[in-house]
Design a protein around this ligand. Sequence first.
Ligand SMILES: NC(=O)c1ccc[n+]([C@@H]2O[C@H](COP(=O)([O-])OP(=O)(O)OC[C@H]3O[C@@H](n4cnc5c(N)ncnc54)[C@H](O)[C@@H]3O)[C@@H](O)[C@H]2O)c1
Length: 319
Amino acid sequence: MGVLHARALKQLSEAKIYACCDLCESKAAAFANQFQAEYFTNQPERIFNDPAVVGVYLTTTTDSHLSLFSLAVKSGKHIFLEKPLAVSIGHAKQMAVLSGQNDLVQLTAFKFRFYEMVVKARQLIPDPFMVSVQIMDDPWGADFWANDPIAGGGNVISQGIHGADLLHFLVGAEPEQVFAVGDNYHQPTGVIDNLSATFRFANGSAGSLVVGDSGTAPLVGKFMVQMHGKQGSVMLVDRLTRLHFKPAHTNTVQYYQGEEDGVLKENAVFIDIVNGAQQLYPTIWDGFRAQMMIDVAIRSAQSRRAFPVLCRKNIEKYN
Ligand SMILES: NC(=O)c1ccc[n+]([C@@H]2O[C@H](COP(=O)([O-])OP(=O)(O)OC[C@H]3O[C@@H](n4cnc5c(N)ncnc54)[C@H](O)[C@@H]3O)[C@@H](O)[C@H]2O)c1
């Protein structure tokens, strides 16, 4: 992800990649060489203590996010944080509480919000009553770090967080309750690998999330969104680049084609807000909400009962 964001920054041209860090020094060296950084290091503190650095991208494996985020907050840098916040909800909560204590930008990288066709879908159906999001990947390798219970937490945590944020973003209300079914169906690492969760939102809307690595669905592909509202129905497929819209009470379907442009746009927004522009962006609290939605859905699946999803004012009660 570091390389992907660096490529986006190069396209946007206003930012300079000044330094880079990886625990694996040869990776840091290769990155520095590719993006003409001034220096590379395997000591994160060197970058956090460098007054020439304005903002940092935290794109390391998920189990390192809490410690790096804490250092970055203390150092007074703007922060672009890859999702998920953490592997455990406890760490995610610590990060949410740490965030927002200064005027610096702290963005959670929820790229789906920025896709051209996701934005279009929200314009077409601004207040849907039914939304479904599916993120179904091909089976993940047992040796993939994100599939490890400690390092990444598995597919449902790692990818489900994207889906949970997208559900909340499209519904436009806080999640209140969830019932989910899911399990460790096939992964030897023992993680919850597939889950189907239905949320009730504060405005009464229903949002369903299907996430896992049972195998990409034919015709649909890895990502799929459906929205239904009084304006009609929307379906998004082809990695969220193709939108089909059937206006209510008609038999016609309108088609729109967009780009897979979420990474480029989230970087453009980060640069803009660091430069002082006023724009909405996904915060660390948004990252926490998505993590909480998945965590409670997993609890629901494990206990076979519905669970409340506590909102921000009740965060202290959540542990
Ligand atoms: N937004 C998305 O669509 C998306 C997609 C894939 C991954 N991600 C997220 O991006 C992050 C990175 O994933 P990736 O696929 O790029 O992983 P990766 O394994 O390709 O790269 C992670 C790098 O972090 C380094 N690292 C680990 N701990 C470190 C530390 N404490 N200090 C310095 N370097 C450290 C590792 O050596 C490795 O080179 C994860 O949080 C993941 O969930 C997001």
